[in-house]
Ligand binder design. Structure first.
Ligand SMILES: CCCCCCCC/C=C\CCCCCCCC(=O)N[C@@H](COP(=O)(O)O)[C@H](O)/C=C/CCCCCCCCCCCCC
Length: 214
């Protein structure tokens, strides 16, 4: 995922989300998790203030990578095969976290909700004015998505951390895809793919009544 100068390039991370959808509209878990790992590298470049976020996200990615390389790895090839396998075999806690506290279904659900935040945040960056405050874009996206699932203490820590975010143009530069204008074009090209992954996952989870897993 290196860019032209060997630096990290957001375009390549976002392309991973494009490549994780098959012709049959299945979501391949390998590229999905690689996409998340790439995003965490960006998050880490924003400073230690976000380490509580990356730690949690990485722990979830790790849980999923273990399934993907474990004894039942063929069941974890796609999101669809994972849901089918875990639901059919009673491997998902639906009322209370107990026997299967870290099922693939509940773990992906947390990442899925965060993907909605990402989609809204990047869309806000794309359409924002040059002098828009990223802390405001980020707080608004967070409040409209992930915050609904977080307790007060996490919401508080997140909104304090958002205040440390760099300016919109600095963000667009960190993406390492050229000028701010080129970064905006890249986001316009890439965001539909994130939306697609989000939409497929939301539909699958709704069909199986998995959207409220504890
Ligand atoms: C050029 C830059 C482009 C943008 C790069 C953005 C990179 C974003 C990378 C990661 C996004 C955050 C992923 C957060 C996953 C959170 C999952 C979650 O909801 N976990 C909670 C529930 O889990 P369980 O307890 O049920 O297991 C958990 O309680 C949360 C803990 C940590 C705090 C999460 C705060 C989320 C804030 C999201 C915004 C991140 C700010 C990024 C700033 C750009």
């Amino acid at each position: 995922m290196a860019g032209e100068q060997g630096a990290f390039c957001l375009r390549e991370v976002l392309v991973t989300f494009q490549t994780c959808v098959t012709e049959r509209r299945e979501v391949l878990l390998g590229p999905y998790l690689r996409g998340w790992r790439g995003l965490i590298r960006f998050l880490n470049s924003l400073g230690a203030i976000f380490s509580f976020v990356s730690k949690d996200a990485l722990a979830k990615i790790q849980i999923m990578e273990n399934y993907c390389s474990g004894e039942q790895q063929e069941k974890y090839l796609t999101l669809q095969s994972m849901v089918q396998y875990e639901v059919a075999n009673g491997l998902v806690d639906t009322q209370k976290r107990s026997e299967h506290p870290d099922s693939g279904c509940r773990t992906v659900l947390r990442l899925h909700r965060a993907l909605r935040w990402l989609q809204m945040f990047l869309e806000g960056l794309r359409t924002g004015q040059e002098d828009s405050k990223t802390s405001v874009i980020c707080t608004d996206s967070y409040n409209a998505s992930l915050a609904n699932y977080h307790p007060w203490i996490i919401r508080k820590a997140a909104t304090v951390a958002f205040r440390a975010l760099p300016s919109r143009n600095a963000f667009l530069e960190i993406m390492n895809v050229g000028t701010p204008e080129e970064a905006v074009v890249m986001l316009g090209d890439a965001l539909p793919h994130i939306c697609n992954v989000y939409g497929i996952t939301e539909e699958l989870y709704a069909q199986h009544k998995l959207l409220d897993l504890p």
